[in-house]
Design a protein around this ligand. Sequence first.
Ligand code: PSU
Ligand code: MN
Length: 313
Amino acid sequence: MAVSVSASASALPLEIAAEVADALAAGRAVVALESTIVSHGLPWPENIETARAVEKAVRDNGAVPATIAVIDGRCRVGLDAAAFERLARDTSVGKASSRDLAALMVRRGSAGTTVSATMRLAALTGIAIFATGGIGGVHRGAEQSFDISADLIELGTTPVAVVSAGAKSILDIPKTLEVLETQRVPVITVGSDEFPTFYTRNSGICAEQRLDTPAEIAAAVALHRRLGSGTGLLIANPIPEADSLAPDLIDGVIAGAIREAEVRGISGKAITPFLLERINAASGGRSLQANIALVKNNAALAAQIAAELARPG
Ligand code: PSU
Ligand code: MN
């Protein structure tokens, strides 16, 4: 069961699940979740297991999950079991960033939404907090390829707070942080002085802003919105120590995957899914376990932040 569409998007085929619409109308906590991680980020069956575990982590921490995707041309906010199954198993399901949404709707296609597309649809729905694993960023070698994820541009234009475990070191982390700075996107690291790089807590790069509790982060999100710059926020939540991987192990795996992508001439929107698949395959399940753990950890924190924001007063 889904309800209709907000007035500002009356012509948009945007279906908001009843539970999500009710929570928003009552001012209760809601967390948006992306779906490219299901369609392209994790292998079957871990993808669907993780999607379920992530929704549970949101609920266990006091918020309503709203996983976002495009199914048969309709933008869906809050998915049922059939939609999850479709995203997880159907290999014809695409990967949509925000620029892909319009044509996808016209074609009545289906796609997992990336961070950029999910932010766009969350903002239209009125959801302020969003959890993912890692954001897209500036790719290594971007000075040649110009490959900079639309996620960064969306963060510069759409006022949604994105909780991620930093960015994977398939990317050029310093350049990624520079693009965020240029666009006036706050980067807040949770309980650490270093910007985290997905599988590991340490990047050697000092975080500009550190906050330690969900209440502090919620206050910063609210104040940032009041300031009216219109940009999103990146909340960089380090992977728990117990789940983190040895940098040597993962750096070698990532370097091998990037070399393989170069040799095979893989580029454009295919590169991130290719690298994710190669990393998962090459590290014998350890990176997969770390990936699942950090997504759940981010979902829990996002729910706690959303719950703080929803508190009266
Ligand atoms: N990084 C990850 N896991 C992911 C992604 C990125 O560690 O699943 C996905 C997210 O959906 C992100 C997208 O928004 O890849 C970025 O793709 P691109 O680099 O093509 O912009
Ligand atoms: Mn790209």
